[in-house]
Design a protein around this ligand. Structure first.
Ligand code: RP5
Length: 155
């Protein structure tokens, strides 16, 4: 994520990765404040064994796009909700990549962070059957929860 201030949102991705039992690391790497670290991180990610990168950032959110420019690993971008423009700035900064350098862009805020983790699990599931199975279980648990509690008038 681009800043410690993104943690409240990005924590939801981490909680979801933990629910899927996906090994992960968490880092603050800023496109604007630590650009050299960003290049180093993205360039070394594949050799270090990372398989998917989830990049969350807000405002002028260059982090996911710049990471994607420096690696061929799949990059999932989470637009963090900004105060001034409610995350529309983040969303448009992340989603409008030029053809040739894709960033898989998720929804603004917490839902996007959760879905980034699930999508990472689905990508990883192609090579890691235990992760595919964890994603299946995660979905099934949510389906059961809705079916078990269909009347919103009941507490
Ligand atoms: C972005 O600027 C970060 O991703 C964060 O969402 C936003 C504000 O950062 P701070 O000023 O809180 O560090 O780079």
């Amino acid at each position: 994520m681009g800043s410690r201030s993104d943690w409240e949102t990005m924590e939801r991705a981490v909680v979801t990765l933990e629910a899927l039992d996906v090994p992960h690391e968490v880092r603050v790497v800023s496109a604007h404040r630590t650009p050299d670290l960003l290049f180093e991180y993205a360039e070394q990610a594949e050799a270090r064994g990372l398989e998917v990168i989830i990049a969350g950032a807000g405002g002028a959110a260059h982090l996911p796009g710049m990471v994607a420019a420096k690696t061929v690993l799949p990059v999932l971008g989470v637009p963090v909700q900004s105060r001034a423009l409610k995350g529309m700035d983040s969303l448009l900064s992340i989603v409008q990549m030029p053809g040739g350098v894709p960033v898989g862009t998720l929804a603004i805020g917490g839902a996007g962070a959760v879905n980034a983790a699930l999508l990472a699990g689905q990508i990883l599931g192609a090579a890691h059957p235990e992760i595919r199975s964890a994603v299946r279980d995660y979905r099934a648990a949510r389906t059961r929860a809705v079916l078990a509690d269909p009347d919103p008038r009941e507490p």
